[in-house]
Write a new protein. Structure first.
Length: 303
């Protein structure tokens, strides 16, 4: 049983490693496409891939389709749209810090909407430690207090949207295979984003796709980050729970930090190093059960 649990933990970790490196592809693609276009092409690639792999259709149920639609909105269109708009309105560091708080929102949502994922002291201790680490990694010793107001609000909506998506995903009827579920998620994500795309005076230009580098990065986002990543996340959520799975999001800044140092040759400072260590400790604490360690119980009593 423990070996199976470890596999699901690895799925969550692999997904975060993939998502943490998507900034490279997105940064390159922004030289050619708008954020909305990148999102749309990414969703299209994901949906076409999944429907080719799993073309099977199931009996239509209005209740179930409503559930899939909510997943597509919260985990697709709303999450990505609010995140992208927020980045354009305020500092990226502010958005990154708020999005890293998604596990906290998840714990709160799960506490009220589920019966088996109530908030415990260990979760709060891990959250505080991890968020302290996230702060050090993202701001890297140079904290700039410059709020736009709307940007921070939209970033919060984005983090809350992902929390709702993860909890709804857990509560979804498990009778459907993960590939079908994620296929439906991206179908409704596309449906809800198309009106916004049309309103933005979108114009398709085939010449933009003549560059193999552009195609590669779009495929990476569509196939690895969305198709594979969302399926692995789905399986992890179903087996570990919404809260434990989403706690791996704390690691996102660490993966991004490593990617920046490797690809962009950015220097890792002492602040980032200490922050990374705190994030790892925080994630470790959030994964432990209250009665799993006597030492941890002692810490909780003192706190």
């Amino acid at each position: 049983m423990e070996n199976k649990k470890m596999i699901y933990h690895m799925m969550a970790l692999v997904t975060i490693c993939i998502w943490g490196t998507t900034f490279v592809s997105t940064k390159i693609l922004l030289n050619t496409f708008s954020p909305l276009e990148i999102m749309f092409y990414r969703f299209i690639i994901t949906y076409i891939t999944l429907i080719v792999i799993h073309p099977k259709m199931y009996a239509f149920s209005l209740k179930e389709e409503s559930g899939f639609a909510l997943l597509g909105i919260f985990g697709g269109s709303m999450y990505f749209l609010t995140e992208n708009i927020a980045i354009n309105l305020t500092l990226a560091s502010h958005v990154g810090f708020i999005l890293a708080a998604a596990p906290i929102f998840t714990a709160l949502v799960a506490h009220f909407l589920t019966k088996d994922e109530k908030i415990i002291k260990t979760t709060w201790i891990g959250c505080i430690v991890a968020m302290a680490g996230v702060f050090l990694v993202i701001f890297n010793g140079s904290f700039i207090l410059k709020f736009s107001g709307l940007g921070e609000v939209l970033a919060t909506v984005s983090a809350l949207s992902w929390a709702v998506y993860t909890v709804l995903l857990k509560k979804l009827d498990p009778k459907y295979p993960p590939i079908y579920t994620i296929r439906k998620v991206f179908f409704y994500a596309i449906i809800t984003i198309v009106p916004i795309l049309i309103g933005s005076k979108y114009k398709f230009e085939i010449t933009k796709f003549m560059d193999l580098g552009i195609v590669f990065h779009l495929l990476f986002l569509g196939l690895a980050a969305s198709a594979l990543g969302f399926i692995l996340w789905h399986i992890a959520v179903k087996n570990l729970g919404a809260v434990k799975t989403n706690n791996y999001i704390y690691l996102n800044p660490v993966i991004t930090l490593i990617g920046s140092a490797w690809v962009l040759k950015e220097k890792i400072t002492i602040y980032a190093g200490i922050g990374s260590a705190l994030i790892l400790l925080g994630v470790y604490l959030t994964q432990k059960k209250p009665n799993q360690s006597l030492a941890l119980s002692g810490i909780e009593e003192k706190l």
